[in-house]
Design a protein around this ligand. Structure first.
Ligand SMILES: *Cc1c(COP(=O)(O)O)cnc(C)c1O
Length: 407
């Protein structure tokens, strides 16, 4: 990416998220082309990075959206995603969310339990609508990823087992208010091995065939998201291999493939720019204290995630340091044991591959305002989210600070 980080940091301030929109185009194109000759829908998983401009950028290329709350459905619609390309997933949908999804006539509501199916049926009946649904099957496959982002084992809270899924399809088929047109699974995130994907696809394809044998026509075969990316030096799966495995497992089934990539689309497109405040030593331990923190980027603290950290135009003899933020938690670090040259106040650091689950997991902990977000596309730079102010943070509290006479 050709850009002057220092100029951008000066213009927009730090800490700052910066996204390479051209890279996102490459990612979308690579996955779409891997399914060339097939019917496919790439539904971007909005939770990875929910910025409206990011979703709109993908929507312009033809992407749909995979949403896990009605807020995400609204974001997708606001960003210009076609309603017939929106899927609503998640284990705990509220009544108001189901109502709004049905009223918006989105592509699919993805069901994760029998109780939820009955609830959707009841609400669809009240609205005199037919709900297009898919059922999330839990194939009980170990995706061989971090336990917090593993979702395809029976011990995880997601989906239903094969027998329950069959029963639900038969029930839905008979219902006047449910139309079972999709099947779905999502075994985990940051998948770097093909075997678990192949195995899960095989199991769900078999189920699809047996449903077809009893007259339940599944049109959408949704393989979820999870495609892994390189953070360090891990081996990952190519989109070509990914598509081949899926196409092979579903041989003979005439379906539209739905993929729900989040991380794959945006992780490597994102950079977190933070400014050095101080250096300090504690015994032999070197700390670089920066203006970005765990509230801006929680992945290192939450998952022990590795993100490469680089300096900007800085040289000198390198030594190991922990890069830490100002938040009052020992878990507040962006990197541990990073080789860095001596640093001074106002030097910049770039934290790599933070486009997914970076800003979207940011919080206001320690009353820190959320960072600004900036996009770069064809050498042009644009602010896509203003830096939050203190006033933005306290607005909803300031309007209710007094006991009123009535209460
Ligand atoms: C989180 C999620 C995704 C996206 O996962 P990535 O690992 O970011 O690709 C896709 N589908 C569902 C149902 C999810 O919950």
């Amino acid at each position: 990416m050709s850009m002057d980080i220092r100029t951008i940091a000066e213009e927009f301030g730090t800490p700052l998220y910066l996204y390479d929109f051209d890279f996102i185009v490459e990612r979308y194109t690579s996955l779409k082309e891997a399914f060339a000759g097939q019917k496919s829908l790439i539904n971007y998983a909005v939770k990875a990075n929910s910025n409206l401009s990011v979703i709109a950028h993908l929507a312009r290329m033809g992407a749909g959206a995979d949403c896990v709350s009605i807020g995400e459905v609204r974001r997708a619609l606001d960003a210009g995603v076609e309603k017939y390309k929106i899927i609503f997933s998640g284990v705990g949908k509220r009544d108001d969310e189901i109502i709004e999804a049905l009223e918006n006539d989105i592509l699919l509501i993805n069901l994760e339990s029998e109780a939820e199916m009955k609830r959707v049926e009841k609400i669809a009946k009240e609205l005199a609508k037919e709900a297009r649904i898919s059922i999330r099957v839990n194939p009980n496959i170990d995706p061989q990823t971090h336990p917090y982002i593993s979702t395809g084992l029976h011990e995880n809270k997601f989906g239903v087992d094969i027998d329950m899924a069959k029963w639900m399809y038969v029930y839905a088929k008979k219902s006047e208010f449910l139309n079972p047109v999709g099947i779905h699974f999502h075994i985990g995130s940051q998948l770097t091995k093909l075997e678990p994907i192949a195995e899960a696809c095989g199991i769900v394809a078999d189920l699809t065939r047996s449903l077809r044998a009893i007259g339940i026509e599944i049109k959408f075969f949704d393989v979820g998201g999870g495609l892994g990316v390189v953070y360090d030096d891990e081996a990952t799966i190519s989109t070509q291999e990914y598509a081949e495995v899926i196409i092979k497992a579903t041989k003979g089934l005439d379906v539209t493939f739905v993929c729900e990539p989040g991380r794959y689309m945006v992780a490597n497109a994102g950079f977190f720019i933070t400014k050095v405040l101080y250096e300090k030593k504690s015994g032999n331990k070197r700390f670089v204290i920066v203006d970005g923190a765990m509230n801006d980027l929680i992945r290192p603290s939450l998952y022990g995630a590795y993100h490469k950290i680089e300096t900007v135009e800085k040289e000198g003899e390198e030594s190991l340091a922990d890069v830490v933020g100002p938040v009052c938690e020992s878990g507040d670090f962006l990197g541990k044991n990073v080789m860095l040259p001596p640093l001074e106040h106002n030097d910049l650091l770039i934290v790599h591959s933070v486009g997914a689950y970076g800003f979207s997991m940011a919080s206001n902990y320690n009353t820190r305002s959320k960072p600004a977000e900036v996009a770069i596309e064809k050498e042009k730079v644009r602010l896509i989210r203003k830096r939050e102010s203190y006033e933005d943070q306290v607005r909803l509290e300031k309007v209710c600070m007094e006991w009123s006479d009535e209460s």
